[in-house]
Ligand binder design. Structure first.
Ligand code: KIV
Ligand code: NA
Length: 277
């Protein structure tokens, strides 16, 4: 296995097959994702909700993103590692955006960053790319600003909103993004955006015509029960497996059926005899 590069990802727009991307936030999960041959690992700020128990992604800090990116990048031998810049890390000033992008590359050893927003973020994207950090865009439903969008709902349903999305995507491409995540937009609009760009689109709730797909791994393996959007396909129900292991363990401990002899250590009887004297 060779490390996936930005050039590899961009080339897939023409050559296919569709690009695969999943989130991971720690060593064991990143290991499974990387060994599974997934093209890109996203250390998403969904970290806040699925791992840290925050109600949303707003509270996630740079320190937290760097901490988890370190764990993921140590494992990723094949996948390109993309880390989210959290709210407050790039939307304050261009200087701060460049500084935080540098930090997540240098300390976290990410391969690229992702940030939310359309044309209003173009100058930020341009500065970060010029400073040497590849940037993935993210438009449509942008969780960091979901309240202003009217909540967690599909975006770009009117012709006017769809045109705005297409213009935003073009602005991000012109600013230097190497790919763009399209979240929760009608499939025909995602197809139009995909056809309008020379860089790949990565869809989540954006239909089958995107150049790739991304899901939050805790959602797709069934490890997070609080809320699962319509666009998630649950490929497994890992939480049921863990829950039954926990209750079996608790039951066996209480009934002295665990540990068994094979889980225990012994010592020579003559040494034990010395103790009894
Ligand atoms: O944080 C995240 O997991 C994301 C994906 C949903 C694209 O941004
Ligand atoms: Na995110």
């Amino acid at each position: 296995t060779r490390k996936t590069t930005i050039v590899d990802i961009k080339a897939r727009k023409k050559t296919g097959p569709p690009i695969t991307m999943l989130t991971a936030y720690d060593y064991p999960m990143a290991l499974l994702v990387d060994r599974g041959g997934i093209d890109m690992i996203l250390v998403g700020d969904s970290l806040g909700m699925v791992v840290l128990g925050y109600p949303d992604t707003i509270s996630v800090t740079m320190d937290e993103m760097v901490h988890h990116t370190k764990a993921v990048s140590r494992v990723a031998e094949h996948a390109l590692v993309v880390s989210d810049l959290p709210f407050g890390a790039y939307n304050v000033s261009i200087e701060k955006a460049v500084e935080n992008a540098n930090r997540i590359m240098k300390e976290g050893r990410a391969d690229a960053v992702k940030l939310e927003g359309g044309r209003s973020m173009a100058s930020v994207v341009e500065a970060v790319v010029r400073s040497g950090t590849p940037v993935q865009g993210h438009i449509g439903l942008t969780p960091q600003t979901a309240s202003a969008l009217g909540g967690f709902k599909v975006q770009g349903k009117s012709a006017e909103a769809a045109r705005t999305l297409i213009d935003d995507a073009k602005a991000l491409e012109a600013a230097g993004c190497f790919s763009i995540v399209l979240e929760a937009i009608p499939a025909p609009i995602a197809q139009m955006v995909t056809e309008a760009l020379a860089i790949p689109t990565i869809g989540i709730g954006a239909g089958v015509h995107c150049d790739g797909q991304v899901l939050v791994i805790h959602d797709m393996v069934g490890l997070f029960d609080r809320f699962t959007p319509k666009f998630v396909k649950q490929y497994a129900k890992v939480s049921d497996i863990i829950a039954s292991a926990i209750s079996a363990y608790a039951d066996e401990v209480k009934n002295r059926r665990f540990p068994e002899e094979r889980h225990s250590f012994t010592m020579k009887t003559d040494e034990l005899d010395k103790l009894e004297k």
